[in-house]
Design a protein around this ligand. Sequence first.
Ligand code: GDP
Length: 457
Amino acid sequence: MFNNIPRIAIIGRANVGKSSLFNRMIEEQKSLVSDVPGTTRDRFEADCIWRGQVMRLIDTGGLDANRLNEIEKNIIEQAEIAIKEADAIFFVVDLTAPPSPDDLSIAQKMKSLKKPVIVIGNKADTHTIRAIVHDAQWKAWPLKLPLPVSAKQGVGVGDVLEEATAILEKAGIPPAPIATVSPMRVAVFGEPNVGKSTLLNALLGEKRFITANMPHTTRQPNDVTVEHEGHIYQFIDTAGVRKHASMMRSGTHLEKIGVDKTLDVVKRSDVALFVIDITRGITAQDRHLAGVLAEEGISTIIVANKWDLIPKKTPTSINDQEKIIRGFLPQLKHAPVLFTSALTGQRAKDVYKLVNLVFATRFTQLSDEEAKSFISRAIARHKPSRGKGVKHPRIIKFFQSRINPPTFTLFVNLSRKDSLADSYLRFLENLLRENYDFTGTPIRIRVETGRKSHTTY
Ligand code: GDP
């Protein structure tokens, strides 16, 4: 279950930038590498995450044929082992020079391997270098033409990972969804007696508990880790979990979750199940917690529990109730609402499906090209509007700077005195949500101001 991650060996001559590329591919997702368990922090081997899926990269030494001392022979042997064990190959060449005889002989060898190979043309720092692949010097190249990349600038890396995902899928060894490799950390919040423990019982009932230490998890004594349909869930200690865990052990009582503890739990979570009792109102504490969850970038599902107690339900009851809940919790407008009866089990198991969905949207990722085309379309619909100040804002650059949770950076040509209208940011957020799946997940848009005048949109 934990070992289905496809392996990709990064090979090529010395000094073509294999290690920079390797580092860039794992660095890009730094936010993740540190939080995602299952990551091997080995010097030569690391997991890279693209659009929520994991591939393992293996860095190798240079494959130069002509300088064969003992150490170099050893490096070549190591690289050959890596190639043999790999499911696919990233073959890196230096685009600033014509393909060398070594490149050509490696290319021939790769051709005979019958493994998917992506040729990466590194050091493509400028437009001119990027265009070189169409020159005569690459005419005789026996493989597909190199994909231009600049490991230094991070340009083109997403395209390579996108291509890698496609070829691995085609080869029947797709990248592994993160949640099959490392647990999704799920916290259950809500006022006392809303049904948190009952819900957990319904969810965990016949589950197999994973008690063995999983690598890289920050398991705490009261966390409960389970597997459900190939995905791994770590239910994080909140009052409800603690109650569940202790009921299982010693039958001791509920411990009320304090404010500090709440924040601590929020910070250890990817997904929050925000449980409310549909027969009671939403409290001030609930509204406060909703704000914290949004602020901290936690994906959230609102679980409206005790649905069985609503008398005389009609086909519009769910809609009516949802409207009321949304009215009280505007901070969680992105969160799906699930109406459950933890007691009877009605829709309780749907929690798993929704957790999978809202966890996946933490990794929704727009490539630089997609972000560019998105912002052009957005501007065509609505020109950016002014907040404070007199200057009319122009957008210089827009790209996704992070995932987990998704974060966008927007450069505008304003000085500190001026600002972009908040309503424009809300417009962008809504449009992002219309065009891409961010269900349940907060989106951040950071505005950077500067005086650069080369408008690109
Ligand atoms: P917690 O404090 O949030 O963990 O709440 P509990 O799970 O201990 O539940 C509090 C009370 O509500 C218990 O008496 C449960 O049996 C009851 N309860 C929980 N879920 C439901 C539900 O869906 N429907 C009904 N009718 N009662 C429920």
